[in-house]
Write a protein that binds this ligand. Structure first.
Ligand code: SAM
Length: 269
């Protein structure tokens, strides 16, 4: 193995991560995070952080929800910052991070894990440090607002669980025109450039969106548009194989059960 400039992994762990797809079934969610409609697992986030950074480096999630990226960063021994628009999720994230810090104890006392309750489009005003890596996942357009969305049906039956993120007009999940949503999202990600170290990677976890019988290729559009600011390196496909199959379009039309997300890798060249 030549000198490892990127991470602290040994060659075997490095090679394992290089496969372009993986299966990761989220473990049961921690108490408190269930209220959030769409989080990614800390266990998966940790694998990305351990590949794209070294111990002690700085990780940013500009739309951090209930703080999965920051929990994963702590477990991996990295510093982290999260920006979250919704005050409720920002507060949940702070509580969860405090619990995680207490569990991890002495080993992480010198690490930072800061949540900022703000609009990510204002990231440059927030006095943030320089980052070595961005790991994040955006609202999948206004999909959570779609009435027929199958994944939301169970949540609707519970008064404690959010079905969408907020009513805030700055919440990207409330922009109903697809092209405006895409432009705003790209502007937020591209606007982070001054905060990123040269050659820092960004991983964006996202799905293509199905709405009204049509596909909006959100993942591919992000790849194309954000590729104008950062170098698009490739994708890693995250698959889940513990979901039940629904008979969409049975006997009449092709409608997939979509159990994969794209983890898009960009580099700040
Ligand atoms: C897919 S969720 C992220 C979930 C997160 N990865 C986790 O595991 O908890 C997207 C988040 O973006 C937040 N958001 C939407 N618009 C935002 C904005 N303009 N600035 C910051 N956060 C925003 C939403 O409130 C939501 O929590």
């Amino acid at each position: 193995m030549p000198k490892n400039k990127l991470n602290d992994l040994d060659p075997k762990a490095w090679l394992k991560f290089q496969k372009s797809w993986f299966i990761h079934n989220p473990p049961p969610r921690k108490k408190g995070t269930l209220v959030h409609p769409a989080k990614f697992p800390e266990t998966m986030a940790q694998e990305f952080i351990e590949f794209f950074t070294k111990q002690g480096q700085f990780v940013l999630d500009p739309m951090c929800g209930t703080g999965s990226t920051l929990v994963a960063a702590l477990r991996a021994g990295r510093n982290s910052y999260g920006i979250e628009l919704n005050r409720k999720y920002a507060e949940i994230a702070k509580t969860i991070i405090a619990e995680e810090r207490a569990t991890l104890g002495e080993a992480i006392v010198n690490l930072k894990s800061e949540i900022v309750n703000a609009d990510a489009s204002r990231a440059l005003d927030l006095r943030l440090p320089t980052f070595d890596y961005v790991l994040t996942s955006p609202p999948y357009w206004d999909m959570l607002r779609a009435r027929g969305a199958k994944t939301q049906q169970k949540r609707r039956e519970s008064s404690d669980l959010d079905v969408f993120y907020s009513d805030d007009p700055n919440d990207l999940g409330n922009v109903d025109d697809y092209e405006s949503f895409l432009a705003k999202l790209i502007a937020i990600y591209a606007g982070l450039k001054p905060l990123l170290r040269e050659k820092a990677y960004l991983t964006i976890i996202v799905k293509n969106v199905k709405k009204g019988g049509k596909i909006y290729p959100l993942a591919w559009d992000i790849g194309r548009e954000l590729g104008k600011t950062y170098t698009l390196k490739d994708e890693k496909v995250w698959m889940q194989d513990n979901q039940s199959i629904a008979p969409f379009g049975l006997g009449s039309a092709w409608v997939s059960n979509t159990f994969h997300h794209y983890c898009l890798q960009f580099r700040n060249d």
